[in-house]
Design a protein around this ligand. Structure first.
Ligand SMILES: *[C@@H]1O[C@H](CO)[C@@H](O)[C@H](O)[C@H]1NC(C)=O
Ligand SMILES: *[C@@H]1O[C@H](CO)[C@@H](O)[C@H](O)[C@H]1NC(C)=O
Ligand SMILES: *[C@@H]1O[C@H](CO)[C@@H](O)[C@H](O)[C@H]1NC(C)=O
Ligand SMILES: *[C@@H]1O[C@H](CO)[C@@H](O)[C@H](O)[C@H]1NC(C)=O
Ligand SMILES: *[C@@H]1O[C@H](CO)[C@@H](O)[C@H](O)[C@H]1NC(C)=O
Ligand SMILES: *[C@@H]1O[C@H](CO)[C@@H](O)[C@H](O)[C@H]1NC(C)=O
Ligand SMILES: *[C@@H]1O[C@H](CO)[C@@H](O)[C@H](O)[C@H]1NC(C)=O
Ligand SMILES: *[C@@H]1O[C@H](CO)[C@@H](O)[C@H](O)[C@H]1NC(C)=O
Length: 350
């Protein structure tokens, strides 16, 4: 009994030690470019359907760019078109430490069928990261974003990611665009996002379980140009301080459970071109200050409990000139319709 146990243990250890030694020795000798070549070889079958397997020529593979030294700067593998079950499993658990691509600036792994977050830590030149339309679940691992200090665009939308929005994102000081939409995030927007001076585009749409606090973090987000908080079960009132977001071009708060009136401070958002409040529980009169939003191209207040006319300044009196009757089919006069619809595009009027 004792002898057979010892034998089994020794038999199991020998191959492990052997593999350990060879890989360590192997990577130790390889130059950074050779490491990149090896990494490309290891993913060529899954990500380039094995049609491009000459790694000496990797800089000419479709959707790969290199710098003059031959180090890869852009990886955007073609979306796999021919998914066999075997292939799907290989992609799902793609094991590659992308950290070997030290000069990577742009990485697009969207729509790849990945199930596990890729290992990216320490890619100090990475500016653009797109991991959307995969099947990542669970919380964002801290190590995913470790030291990605140059990141400008981060798109991890359309996955199954849960947990609160990580505060650590605020360390990405250069971030301009953050898309977390269509996931399962919950909680509120970290207040510290208000200090990310370059963050101007944020999409948190379609995260089913947001609490009611989110509208109250709005006042801190004064730098934003595009903010989409639609489809999130936000409730409560729209805070008066929304008037501080004077840079906004697009604001989407639709398909939540916001109640109370539209604050008159909305009139301060003079740059707004696209404003969506539809499918909420908003009530009261449409504030005439909306008339100050003369840059509006799209205004959608439909499916609420609002009443009163849309101010004439923005050119949508339903019974005005012929021009104003464009798309009248989508217009229901407020006095006759408690659920008031004013959904239309004004592009043709301006
Ligand atoms: C691989 O690519 C290199 C560099 O472009 C080229 O010289 C070589 O002939 C290619 N090998 C094969 C087998 O196609
Ligand atoms: C489909 O995948 C197989 C490998 O599983 C590959 O040999 C073949 O070239 C692929 N076909 C296309 C059209 O990509
Ligand atoms: C990936 O590689 C980098 C450097 O090559 C290393 O620092 C890091 O620990 C590796 N990560 C994992 C999860 O293996
Ligand atoms: C991240 O940066 C810290 C501090 O500069 C450093 O200690 C750490 O090793 C870095 N991590 C990676 C994965 O590069
Ligand atoms: C990320 O990839 C998806 C799918 O390919 C694309 O629709 C989306 O626009 C990309 N995001 C960014 C920020 O480029
Ligand atoms: C913010 O953007 C500006 C203009 O692109 C740039 O000069 C500045 O360095 C950025 N700030 C940070 C913290 O990256
Ligand atoms: C936000 O994301 C959703 C879902 O991914 C998308 O449908 C919507 O167009 C995005 N909003 C903006 C303003 O880009
Ligand atoms: C948010 O804004 C309020 C006043 O508008 C300010 O007192 C507070 O310090 C801000 N918080 C952060 C984290 O920027």
């Amino acid at each position: 009994m004792a002898i057979s146990c010892t034998c089994t243990i020794i038999l199991m250890l020998v191959p492990l030690v052997f593999v350990g030694i060879t890989t360590n020795a192997g990577t130790h000798k390889l130059s950074p470019l050779d490491q990149e070549a090896n990494a490309m070889l290891s993913i060529s079958k899954e990500l380039w359907s094995n049609q491009h397997n000459n790694v000496s020529n990797r800089c000419n593979w479709p959707r790969v760019n290199c710098n003059k030294a031959g180090s890869i700067t852009l990886l955007s593998p073609p979306t796999p078109s021919n998914f066999t079950d075997e292939f799907r499993t290989q992609l799902c658990f793609l094991k590659l430490n992308f950290s070997v691509f030290q000069n990577l600036v742009h990485l697009d792994l969207s729509e790849m069928g990945l199930c596990e977050f890729p290992k990216l830590s320490g890619l100090k030149k990475l500016q653009h990261l797109n991991l959307s339309y995969n099947t990542f679940a669970g919380e964002v691992p801290f190590t995913l974003l470790e030291n990605l200090t140059q990141l400008v665009v981060l798109d991890i939308s359309n996955n199954y990611i849960s947990g609160t929005i990580p505060q650590e994102l605020s360390k990405l000081e250069r971030l301009v665009m953050l898309d977390l939409s269509a996931n399962r995030f919950l909680g509120s927007i970290p207040l510290i996002f208000g200090q990310m001076s370059n963050l101007t585009h944020m999409n948190l749409s379609n995260n089913q379980h947001f609490g009611d606090e989110v509208p109250f973090t709005l006042p801190n987000l004064t730098q934003f140009l595009v903010l989409d908080l639609s489809q999130n079960k936000h409730n409560g009132f729209i805070p008066h301080e929304i008037g501080k977001l004077t840079n906004l071009l697009t604001l989407d708060l639709s398909s939540n459970s916001l109640s109370g009136p539209i604050p008159e401070q909305i009139g301060y958002l003079k740059r707004l071109t696209s404003f969506h409040l539809h499918s909420n529980l908003l009530s009261g009169f449409i504030p005439h200050e909306i008339g100050k939003l003369t840059n509006l191209l799209t205004l959608d207040l439909s499916s609420n409990f609002l009443s009163g006319p849309i101010p004439e300044q923005i050119g949508c009196d339903p019974f005005g000139s012929a021009q104003h009757r464009i798309q009248q089919d989508r217009w229901l006069y407020p006095q006759r319709n408690r659920a008031f619809v004013a959904s239309r595009s004004f592009k043709s009027l301006l």
